[in-house]
Design a protein around this ligand. Structure first.
Ligand SMILES: [Zn+2]
Length: 216
């Protein structure tokens, strides 16, 4: 619940630019109101466990396919939003100077990011800080990519979402830096908002795929 009350998470319910198909909106409301997202006629996840909201977002035996699709959907949405602003994002590029097989999710100008989506529990349950799970994910991603990016004169920040619609401040700052390179006529804050809304819409559509893969 702490994560669901973060400022980004609240905004998603009232920002008209976040577009949601019916199923995604139903899931969103179910999770938000702590009502079961799994329909009553589906008594277990595809593996046979009780389909609590937490389980169907986290089940390690069933959700992998949905999570990959959700991740790729968010990457595509962010890249498309950048492109619509006149930027030239590259998705999973082979970075010219790279001898490693490392492929960051998005490079735009001299900015590089990698996308990750975390379910907020259990990290947030035992912490007084909202977004504890996102902070932890950001630390992991920074450890993974910072030095790699520094060596190539790229500025790295992770795009870290919690599946309950929170987005880290350092990720929003990275998006703002990226859209600052656009010569579109929108104000930078408006342009960054557009990217954020596209990403959050994709995240919520992706949550439907995660639930679908959990329930089989
Ligand atoms: Zn399961």
């Amino acid at each position: 619940m702490k994560s669901a009350s973060s400022k980004m998470a609240c905004r998603i319910a009232r920002d008209g630019r976040v577009e949601l198909p019916h199923r995604a909106a139903t899931n969103f409301l179910g999770e938000r109101l702590l009502l079961p997202v799994a329909p009553p006629e589906v008594p277990t996840c595809a593996w046979g466990a009780k389909p609590t909201n937490q389980h169907i977002m986290c089940c390690q035996r069933t959700t992998t396919v949905g999570k990959i699709r959700r991740h790729d959907g968010v990457v595509t949405a962010v890249a498309n939003a950048f492109a619509s602003l006149g930027l030239r994002p590259q998705v999973e590029p082979r970075v010219a100077t790279s001898r490693s097989r490392a492929r960051p999710d998005i490079v735009v100008d001299n900015l590089v990011t990698d996308v990750t989506i975390r379910y907020p529990a259990p990290a947030s349950v035992t912490s007084i800080h909202a977004q504890k799970a996102a902070d932890k994910a950001a630390a992991e991603k920074n450890a993974q990519w910072r030095i790699w990016a520094d060596r190539r004169d790229l500025r790295f920040a992770p795009l870290v979402f919690e599946s309950t619609w929170a987005l880290l401040d350092e990720s929003v700052a990275w998006i703002k830096a990226a859209v600052a390179g656009s010569d579109c006529l929108l104000a930078p804050t408006t342009a960054a908002d557009m990217v954020v809304c596209a990403a959050l819409s994709a995240l919520m559509r992706g949550n439907v795929w995660v639930v679908a893969s959990a329930l089989g």
